[in-house]
Design a protein around this ligand. Structure first.
Ligand code: URA
Length: 218
């Protein structure tokens, strides 16, 4: 169990202080990853406005995210941009991170090519405490999880499924903070399952109304 992260207990509104705490957390995380994996594993940390009242949590970085060292810059990022536009908010006003900070991939033995894969339960568990610490530092009022992996890590329920819980706000209580979790399908799943698109748009409209009602953006 990871215990080294700095945790903030109250909403300071001080983005600089939060940025410093996040930096220290990221350093701790990289150190532990290097020790654990005994390899030079590149991580993609969360980014955006650490003072945001809304946090988006994805699954894990892919190839493009590793190259650009930023979450959601590949095709899934393009889809995400489209959905953020539907919400009528600026991406820069959000804090965006991933459940797993390394790129899970497999290598095709015939071609040697690397392909993304779903994170393993061990990987999700490895990063779960870091995600908790990260969310405790940013201290949002609303967390939007994208897909099953983020939903399971944040709720602590490894059997939770987005097919049942999408669009339903859930109260989450961590030991240090409380927030509302709004589960959405992962934007990449809309690429492969076109039939989900209308459900996704409906969920986004609900989310938009919730954000407006709570006055979470200006
Ligand atoms: N890119 C990310 O950073 N996260 C995802 O979940 C998918 C693509």
């Amino acid at each position: 169990m990871y215990k080294g992260a700095a945790v903030v207990f109250d909403r300071s509104g001080d983005g600089l202080l939060k940025a410093a705490r996040l930096q220290s957390l990221n350093k701790d995380m990289q150190k532990l990853v290097n020790e654990f994996y005994k390899d030079d594993v590149r991580l993609v940390y969360g980014g955006g406005d650490p003072d945001s009242r809304i946090v988006l949590v994805g699954e894990a970085p892919g190839k493009h995210e590793i190259i650009q060292n930023k979450p959601f810059v590949g095709q899934a990022g393009k889809n995400l941009d489209e959905f953020i536009a539907i919400l009528g908010i600026n991406k820069e006003d959000l804090y965006i991170t991933n459940t797993v900070k390394l790129r899970p991939y497999k290598t095709n033995p015939d071609t040697g090519r690397e392909a993304n894969r779903t994170p393993t339960t061990a990987e999700i568990r490895f990063f779960a405490d870091f995600l908790k610490s990260e969310l405790s530092i940013v201290h949002p009022e609303l967390v939007v999880s994208l897909g099953n992996i983020a939903l399971r890590s944040i709720t602590g329920d490894e059997a939770a499924t987005i097919g049942l819980l999408h669009g339903i706000p859930i109260d989450i209580e961590y030991s240090t903070i409380n927030f509302k979790l709004f589960p959405l399908y992962h934007p990449a799943s809309i690429i492969y399952r076109r039939e989900l698109r209308h459900v996704y748009i409906e969920d986004l409209q609900k989310l938009k109304a919730y954000i407006k009602e709570q006055g979470l953006v200006h």
